[in-house]
Every structure is written in C-alpha cells, then in structure tokens.
Design a protein around this ligand. Structure first.
Ligand code: GDP
Ligand code: CA
Length: 328
C-alpha cells in the first residue's frame, strides 16, 4: 500500500462531523489497514464552548467525538444516542443552568470528566487527547486553541450575549451586528495544530458554518499564516446548496457579516489563496453549477459535485472528491 496522505480538516459541529466521518471513510476505503489516527487530524472550533452549571461544554468537539465514535444522536443532531434527562430535570428544579439548554445524563458524564481534568490542570488539548482514547475514533482531534475564546454576539439593539444563548434560546432571531471572540487576539493555535498544517498533504475545510464555526478557527492568530504557507492545497466544501443552508441558521450569520447566502459569496468570503485568502479549490453542488464561473473568476478552482451528506456513503464520496481536488 502506498503512503497515505496526511490530512487536516477544519471543522465545526454537525456539518463538520458528517464530513470528518466521510474523510475517515475515504481514507479507510483506500485499503489502508493501519489506524487512520496517524494521518487524519481534525482542528475543531471551540468558539461554541461555554461554562454552564459548573461544567465546561464543548459542543463542536463533542459532536465530532460522538459522531466518530458512533454514539451520537443523529436524529436530533446533537448529544448522545439514547440519552436521558434525569440530572437535567434536577438542575432545572434547582434553577441551575439555562432552562432552554438541555444537558443529557450521558453528555453530563463527558462534561464532568472534562471539567475534572481541566481542574486537575490539564490543558484542553490534553483533555481531548485523553477523551479520544475511549473510542476508536480513527482521527486525532485538536481544539483550535487552548484559550477560552467563547463566541459572543453583539446585537443591533446594543445587547450582547453568548453565542449559545443567541442560537439555542433565541434561534438566531435577534438581529446580530457582530460576532466576536474576546481574548482571541492573545490566543495561539493549540499545540500540534501548526505542525499538522505544515506537514499536511491536504487541508480540507468542512462545510461548516463559515461565520461561527470556521470563522473562529481562522481568527486564532497564526492560523491564516500557517494555512497560507502550507505546501498542501486547501480545499473547501460549500455549506450552501442551491442558495440555501442545508440546516441550521448559518444564513443569519452570513447576512450579519454582509455575505450573501450563496456558494460563490462564501468562496469570495474565504478568498483565493493566490490572493492572500484561504482556498485553492471549492466544491460546489450541481444546484449551484452556474456559480462555477464566478468562483473561477476569484482565482479558486471550482468543482461541481454532489454535496448532500445524507449518509456515510455520500459523505465518503464527497470526501474522496475533496481529497482528489487536493491532489492526493
Ligand atoms: P454546527 O456547529 O453544529 O452548527 O455545525 P457546522 O458548523 O459544522 O455545520 C453547519 C453547516 O453544515 C450548516 O451551515 C449547513 O448548511 C451545513 N451542512 C449540514 N449538512 C450538510 C450537508 O449534507 N452538505 C453540505 N454541503 N453542508 C451541510
Ligand atoms: Ca457549532
């Protein structure tokens, strides 16, 4: 068997984890019998993280972990399969936490374990490494940074709230003026991130929310420079299909930063690597074929391919196309 490519994926939660599953599937389908953990690194958004009821939540990290472990609740889209809410009811009876934010019992086990290790002095990177051993994930997961840089939403009416409150409680209905990650200017990429990018044969940008999932990853100082300097090609997958977000409310986030909800506009937002931006190539859906010329005009190679990750086979096929676009 020839050398396996070393792959780095930048990912958020649900869209990110479906794509990462596909990348692992594509690498495994190449007939490699070794563990893909040594070649597949996932840099996960930690902007969604928060403290609640005394525990540290990492929603995107957990989505990717649970999906790779095969223990995620794919119907609901978050949390653990078959979870119960006994502790959640008790927390609500105490008036602890947020009444509109459910913490499943199994999920709380994760948060307690993580918080305990953080309290013991482990870094988020070390905690995630430890948590990765429980299951055969087939990937090395790295937080984008070890610093706490939770995403805040500034509203047009002057209000300010944590991203999770805006997203989950208000379903993104309060008009946002700006998203930002306090403290990110002083943050650095987590240990291992820059080395993984430098050593990669392919860098893939998952079809995650460009503003609040990929945005915070790119905002960590040093990240953009590392991606610009990478010898690997950087290939992105559009989260927009037929001018619409597949699920979620990413369109509200895009509108807030002045980007149209279209495959071409998101490509323009990321920019061409030749012109100091992120992308060498951009995968767009057949529904958006008309955008190919515009993407090419940006100096980004467009590739028209099915983007619906409806099951593992579709995710794997999409990931294989992305690897091909990266030339590996
Ligand atoms: P979150 O952190 O859980 O919100 O998830 P992500 O940021 O990783 O992904 C959210 C984005 O995934 C949304 O903007 C969706 O448009 C996109 N998405 C979800 N399912 C699919 C899919 O099957 N194909 C593509 N191309 N994008 C998807
Ligand atoms: Ca997320």
């Amino acid at each position: 068997m020839s050398e396996m490519p070393r792959v780095v994926v930048l990912a958020g939660g649900v869209g990110g984890s479906k794509f990462v599953l596909g990348v692992r599937g594509a690498l495994r389908a190449r007939g490699w019998d070794e563990d893909t953990t040594s070649v597949l690194t996932v840099v996960v958004n930690t902007g969604d993280d928060l403290w609640l009821s005394g525990v540290r939540l990492q929603p995107d990290v957990d989505s990717v972990t649970y999906a790779l472990a095969g223990v995620n609740d794919s119907g609901r889209g978050w949390g653990r399969q078959g979870d119960t809410e006994r502790v959640n009811h008790e927390l609500q009876a105490w008036g602890s936490g947020w009444p509109w934010f459910t913490l499943g019992d199994l999920d709380l086990g994760t948060h307690l374990a993580r918080t305990g290790w953080l309290r013991d002095g482990l870094t988020p990177t070390a905690v995630l490494e430890r948590m990765s051993h429980r299951w055969d994930l087939g990937a090395r997961l790295l937080p984008m940074t070890d610093s706490e840089v939770d995403t805040m939403v500034e509203l047009e009416d002057g209000g300010r709230l944590h991203f999770q409150e805006w997203w989950t409680r208000h379903r993104a209905t309060l008009a946002p003026a700006r998203f930002h990650n306090p403290g990110i200017d002083r943050a650095t990429p987590a240990p291992g991130v820059l080395d993984a990018i430098a050593a990669a044969d392919a860098v893939l940008v998952a079809p995650s929310n460009p503003v609040v999932s990929i945005g915070p990853i790119l905002a960590v100082p040093g990240m953009r420079e590392a991606l610009a300097a990478a010898s690997a090609r950087v290939v992105g997958v559009s989260p927009i299909i037929g001018g619409k977000v597949v699920r979620g409310m990413a369109d509200v986030c895009l509108t807030a930063i002045g980007v149209e909800t279209s495959a071409a506009a998101v490509a323009a937002h990321y920019g061409s690597r030749d012109a100091g931006g992120l992308l060498d190539a951009w995968l767009i859906a057949q529904e958006d074929e008309a955008a190919a010329a515009e993407v090419a005009g940006l100096g980004i190679r467009p590739l028209v391919t099915p983007l619906w990750m409806t099951d593992a086979a579709h995710s794997t096929a999409l990931a294989e196309t992305a690897l091909g676009a990266a030339g590996v």
